[in-house]
Design a binder for this molecule. Structure first.
Ligand code: 5GP
Ligand code: MN
Length: 324
């Protein structure tokens, strides 16, 4: 057994002790919420409620909840950050850093026990108990490990929330580990409607999405010499083209841009508010994006990372180009 396994095993044991003893628990998901953070949050909440625990789940309200995630079982129980009580036991799911909780970071800091459940390589372990496993494809699979250790039987609602995390963070199983496939099989056998949720979470867009994607692809540039000749491709999604659509509709653009065969790295600059950008980066296999994301104040995984930036499109693109 290596050190990481030992640390993870002891974290798991502590988490089970803390959660089994808690009567009230606060669960927090990250800003710009995706299916892994909301699915993980609703799954752990659902499982704890089955044990009789009172649970509140929230996420920062600087962005809205994507419509598809609002359809997940239990999403109706999400509370606004202003309504969060902040219990002595706080669980964060899929949060690479405490900053991704925005104002809810104060709830973590005030907690007696803060449990961090995450799979980001860049996670610095900001909790009192940190269950961080970068070998996991998604946070949902770590949540399942905790639910199993708590010996709570899975129901189809909790299983659906977990499936949402697995199917999105593995890119519809494109890069899923054997473990993710086994978990998916278990969840499907419990009755999860995989076909329905895959379509809803990954393959459903408004008509206006086509126009937005067309403009984004039209902006694409190839920089063959970047990353020591491995190549960079980037595209820009300005605020105007997503304003009417909802921020989450631009999340999928990077999955199209990254297919460029001449580039190891793909970057999409998304203007969330005028002059305020979120930057999504993807590598195919050879470039570790975590150090690059960190240079720009962000984080993530080796092959998928991101950061926030401010300025004009020319300025934020220029900042990145100078750093590669
Ligand atoms: P995405 O491009 O899908 O938004 O993010 C890719 C990965 O990078 C995700 O795992 C996400 O958690 C991480 N990431 C994106 N933006 C930020 C950021 O501003 N800060 C940190 N720490 N991680 C980020
Ligand atoms: Mn995740």
């Amino acid at each position: 057994m290596n050190t990481t396994e030992t640390a993870a095993t002891s974290a798991l044991r502590s988490i089970v002790d803390v959660l089994a003893a808690a009567e009230h628990v606060t669960v927090l998901c990250h800003t710009r919420p995706d299916a892994d953070t909301i699915g993980s949050g609703l799954a752990i909440a659902g499982a704890l409620r089955r044990r009789g625990t009172v649970v509140e789940v929230s996420f920062p309200d600087s962005t809205t909840l994507p419509a598809a995630l609002a359809e997940l079982p239990g999403a109706d129980t999400l509370v606004e950050p202003s309504e969060v009580v902040g219990h002595p036991v706080v669980v964060t799911v899929d949060c690479a850093s405490i900053h991704r909780l925005e104002s809810l970071a104060a709830v973590v800091e005030a907690a007696q026990s803060s449990v961090v459940i995450d799979h980001h390589a860049s996670n610095d372990g900001f909790g009192t108990i940190n269950f961080v496993d970068p070998t996991a494809d998604c946070t949902a699979e770590l949540v399942l490990e905790i639910i199993d250790a708590l010996e709570v039987p899975l129901d189809v609602e909790v299983a659906t929330c977990l499936y949402a995390g697995v199917v999105t963070d593995t890119g519809s199983f494109k890069w899923a580990s054997p473990r993710s496939h086994r978990i998916a099989a278990r969840l499907l056998e419990l009755g999860v409607d995989g076909r329905r949720w895959t379509r809803r979470l990954l393959d459903t867009h408004r008509f206006a999405w086509l126009t937005m994607v067309a403009a984004a692809l039209d902006s694409a540039e190839l920089v063959p010499h970047a990353f020591a000749g491995r190549g960079l491709v980037y595209a820009v999604v300005d605020h105007e083209s997503t304003a009417a659509l909802g921020w989450e509709e631009s999340e999928s653009v990077v999955d199209i841009v990254r297919t460029t065969s001449e580039a190891e790295v793909a970057v999409v600059f998304k203007e969330a508010l005028p002059g305020q950008w979120t930057v999504s980066m993807r590598a195919k296999s050879e470039v570790d994006l975590v150090p690059l994301a960190r240079i720009h104040g962000g984080g993530g995984h080796r092959l998928a990372a991101g950061y926030g930036a401010t300025g004009t499109a020319t300025e934020v693109v220029g900042q990145l180009l100078r750093s590669v």
